[in-house]
Design a protein around this ligand. Structure first.
Ligand SMILES: *Cc1c(COP(=O)(O)O)cnc(C)c1O
Length: 397
């Protein structure tokens, strides 16, 4: 193992790792492969029994009445915006520090995204700033459980109730997270999850929307299949009707069989993520160059990301240089996320400029996501710790 004083790989030194470590990766075992092969041998490829089994398993796990699977988390978000009745003239308030899909789902429906800045403590949307952003046109609040840490659902729930708003939670990062002992998924009107391979449960592609409200559930389900309702006339069993404009957002049995098999391992993969986060905490706690991600009291993060912030005042270089140096050491760091309001589409359409959401922008300048995924070995974790320490020592003031 290297010591932390060797020359940086960026300056021609030996990298900590020869084989680069990604920031996230799925883990597929023989059970997963058998589950998918079994579907290939069955009568169903697309909507068959595996879809319902996966939906039932997610609903049972989260303690919610309805779970509706989609072809992606983005499709589930779009369906949630539809089910909430959002349309032209309506506004919904979301966080700028998220993947663009969160806000895009509002644009799909012709609604207007409004942003409220984050709380620096956990990088989720600040309920006080949400309150200040509510207008007579506001119809929904769309928080994101950034990195897997639950947003302040209690405060947001109270705001939503007071102003009669729909609470849609983007929990793409947060399957398995809890807030004061209650699972994420049971707290908002609609919660969505993603089963993209870097997320907690890999289904290839896939998403899920969960709710306890039967009306929202039937709208979500209908939106997935073009807006069609079946069984409209007993005497004409072939007859269906198209009652709203939906999409083909179905997910296949192949994806759901994989998702179901992966879900069975959620607890062990959450435990592994938590152990990796704990190892980073312990190794980095005394370094002056970093602000580490922390769970608020009563919150259990699902640790989708380990997103630390550089204390730039204590470093001689910016985040880009640290990023390059760590990549050169073989550590696949990432940045989550470019603030949505500064992406070209949003700048052009809504006139946003730098400085509009200063806390999200300041976080963005400093954020760096370290590798964290269940398949990381203890040696992989040690490599990350060695490389981060080595690079920061070299650039620290
Ligand atoms: C991954 C992700 C999505 C979209 O999920 P897909 O399944 O990739 O469509 C939405 N929001 C957030 C915050 C995400 O990280």
């Amino acid at each position: 193992m290297q010591t932390a004083t060797e020359p940086l790989a960026l300056s021609g030194g030996r990298p900590v790792r020869e084989r680069p470590l990604p920031y996230g990766r799925h883990t597929i075992d023989e059970d997963d492969i058998r589950a998918v092969v079994a579907v290939l041998r069955s009568d169903w490829l697309t909507t068959g029994p595996a879809v319902t089994d996966f939906e039932d398993a997610v609903a049972a796990r989260l303690g919610v009445r309805f779970a509706i699977a989609f072809s992606s988390g983005t499709a589930a978000l779009h369906a949630a915006a539809f089910a909430a009745g959002l349309g032209p003239g309506d506004e919904a308030i979301t966080t700028p520090l998220t993947f663009s899909a969160t806000a895009n789902c509002l644009l799909y429906q012709g609604a207007t995204p409004r942003f409220a800045d984050i709380r620096p403590s956990d990088l989720t949307i600040d309920p006080d700033r949400v309150a200040a952003a509510i207008t007579p046109r506001t119809r929904a609040i769309l928080p994101v459980d950034y990195a897997g840490h639950p947003a302040d659902l209690d405060a947001l729930r109270a705001l939503a109730d007071r102003h009669h708003l729909v609470l849609i939670e983007d929990a793409a990062h947060a399957l398995g997270a809890t807030s004061r002992g209650r699972p994420v998924g049971s707290l908002a009107d609609i919660t969505i999850f993603s089963f993209h391979p870097v997320k907690h449960v890999a289904a290839g592609e896939g998403g899920m929307a969960v709710t306890n409200d039967p009306t929202l559930a039937s709208r979500l389900r209908r939106f997935r299949t073009h807006g069609i309702v079946y069984g409209v006339d007993e005497r004409e069993p072939w007859r269906y009707d198209l009652v709203e404009l939906g999409f083909n957002y179905r997910i296949s049995d192949l994806n759901c069989a994989l998702g179901l098999s992966q879900l069975a391992k959620l607890d062990s993969s959450l435990a592994r993520r938590r152990a990796i986060a704990a190892a980073y905490h312990e190794a980095f706690a005394s370094l002056p160059w970093l602000t580490l991600p922390r769970e608020r009291p009563g919150m259990a993060s699902a640790w989708h990301l380990y997103a630390l912030r550089l204390n730039l005042e204590t470093l001689r270089v910016d985040r880009a240089e640290i990023f390059r140096a760590l990549r050169a050491e073989g550590i696949g760091v990432q940045v989550h996320y470019l603030p949505v309001h500064l992406l070209r589409l949003y700048r052009h359409r809504f006139g946003y400029r730098a400085g509009a959401f200063p806390l999200a922008e300041a976080a963005y300048e400093r954020l760096l996501s370290l590798p964290i995924f269940p398949g990381m070995s203890d040696d992989d974790v040690a490599d990350v710790i060695t490389a981060v320490t080595k690079v920061l020592r070299a650039y620290g003031r």
